[in-house]
Every structure is written in structure tokens, then in C-alpha cells.
Write a protein that binds this ligand. Structure first.
Ligand code: SF4
Ligand code: SF4
Length: 93
């Protein structure tokens, strides 16, 4: 399942999408330690599987919370994306 966390406002769409089917097979949960602001957590979903999610308190301010990882020019690879070996994490902006 693709789980979308974020919002849309006048300045754009700010969503982090997590492919939780890939999380089920993930053993290291690298996203959790990789994010400098600790946006990720591991939750138990409706099917009793451990999957990644974005913490509730960050979901409505992703544009601002993720800004340090996203300079306007020379953007480096995002830590959360790089740390997720299965490739479950994508950003809309
Ligand atoms: S590292 Fe990727 S696959 Fe593993 S729990 Fe985090 S988001 Fe899911
Ligand atoms: S872009 Fe940076 S702050 Fe945003 S979720 Fe990824 S690692 Fe965390």
C-alpha cells in the first residue's frame, strides 16, 4: 500500500509517500535513524505488520521540517531516501 503523509497549500504539494509493502520485508528500518529531525516512526498497521510512518506532529509542516535537507541548489541525496534500501520513500517536491 502507498501511504501518503502531507498536505497541499497555495505554494505546492508536500507529501512523503511510503510504500508499506516494502517496509514489511525491511529489517533495519534505516529511515528512522537517518532523518535528522526524527520524522519517521515504525507503527503496527491494520494487518499487524511493522511499517514506517511520518509522525503525526510533522505531517502538516513537511515543507518547513524538510527544508534543511532541500537547499534550492545543489540538493544532496535526501537522507531518508538514501537510507531506505528497498526504495520505499518518495517525496512529491
Ligand atoms: S527503511 Fe524504507 S522500507 Fe525500511 S521501514 Fe523505513 S521506509 Fe520502510
Ligand atoms: S527530507 Fe530530511 S527532514 Fe525530511 S524526512 Fe527526509 S531526512 Fe527527514
Amino acid at each position: 500500500m502507498k501511504a501518503n503523509y502531507g498536505y497541499l497549500d497555495g505554494s505546492g504539494e508536500f507529501f512523503i509517500t511510503i510504500d508499506t509493502d516494502l517496509c514489511i520485508e525491511c529489517t533495519d528500518h534505516g529511515c528512522v535513524d537517518a532523518c535528522p529531525l526524527g520524522l519517521f516512526e515504525i507503527i503496527v498497521d491494520d494487518y499487524d505488520d511493522d511499517v514506517a510512518a511520518i509522525k503525526e506532529e510533522h505531517r502538516k509542516k513537511l515543507k518547513y521540517d524538510c527544508a534543511p535537507c532541500k537547499p534550492v541548489s545543489d540538493r544532496p541525496p535526501l537522507p531518508c531516501v538514501e537510507a531506505c534500501a528497498p526504495g520505499a520513500v518518495t517525496h512529491s517536491w
